[in-house]
Design a protein around this ligand. Structure first.
Ligand SMILES: [Zn+2]
Length: 120
């Protein structure tokens, strides 16, 4: 009788642990989607830089500087945001122009956060 009870408790434990293993699969799918987006972005980036190889901000100032980075004109909220993939929302920039723009955007975000707290 005792031996039978032991087997009964052992079996569900084994089932439970294999169930946990199965639960990790959706995470793998998420990872695959992320890797896919990274590859897609890499291709999009190359396309933009081939299409317009010079920094747009420098070109506006009359300077000819090779673009090394692709910037989102309207800041995006991740890969699911259509603004992330829209070709019209992308512009080639050099590292220094991109850095300046990113710093400005970060400051604006911080300001917006501060204002939101002031409203409370
Ligand atoms: Zn530039």
């Amino acid at each position: 009788m005792v031996g039978h009870d032991n087997m009964a408790t052992k079996a569900p434990t084994h089932k439970f642990s294999s169930g946990l293993k199965k639960k990790q699969n959706p995470g793998d799918i998420e990872y695959t989607t992320k890797a896919y987006n990274v590859r897609r972005w890499h291709r999009q980036r190359i396309y933009v830089l081939r299409h317009e190889p010079l920094c747009r901000h420098c070109a506006n100032r009359g300077e000819t500087v090779p673009a090394t980075e692709v910037d989102h004109i309207i800041p995006h909220r991740g890969h699911a945001d259509p603004n992330f993939w829209r070709f019209e929302n992308l512009q080639p920039l050099c590292a220094s122009c991109h850095g300046r723009k990113t710093a400005k955007e970060t400051n604006e975000k911080k300001k917006a956060k501060r204002n939101a707290y002031n409203d409370l």
